[in-house]
Design a protein. Sequence first.
Length: 194
Amino acid sequence: MADQDPERVTHLAWAAIRAGDSAAAARLTTSLGGAADPYLRAATALATGDPTAFELFEAAYVREPNGPPNLVATELLARAGAATAVARRLVERPDGKGREGAGTLQTHLHYAGCFADAAAVGEVVYAANPPSRAQTAFEVACSWAKAGNTDVAATWLEKAADAGFRAASVVDGDPDLATVRADPRWPLLRARLV
């Protein structure tokens, strides 16, 4: 492996994780040595049951808060039921350096279609007083709506309004919130967003 292109090896390692071949992922990631992407190291650790996986994810999100280069690690965190635990580790850091990464995790979970996980992580982010509580509450509402929980989504839109979210026109056209707009409470809720 040492004579192979590191980008190709990295691509193969991500593909192995996506395919559920943790042994191949571990072999490929190890062959990269210190050149391995921090998210690849963390995802490989989680896939192989390495107890340092959460610590590695925390370090990766602190070092590179924009998140991994693809959604494989995000999907793996959701499948493993570990996304909320990683988010808690990030927002509970005393130095505050994990909050941006936790917000990124929330967004990436939503993009990956892991809506309930995105909502749960968003709730953790919201509880940690993010820079824009209104935007975070809105995003949590979108994720709960996509997860099929209209009641909870409506509650989070109310929280968004309480925090100052005033963008009814955005909500009017957001496809994530179609179920909320179909709810009988919608006219009253929309009035709070103007």
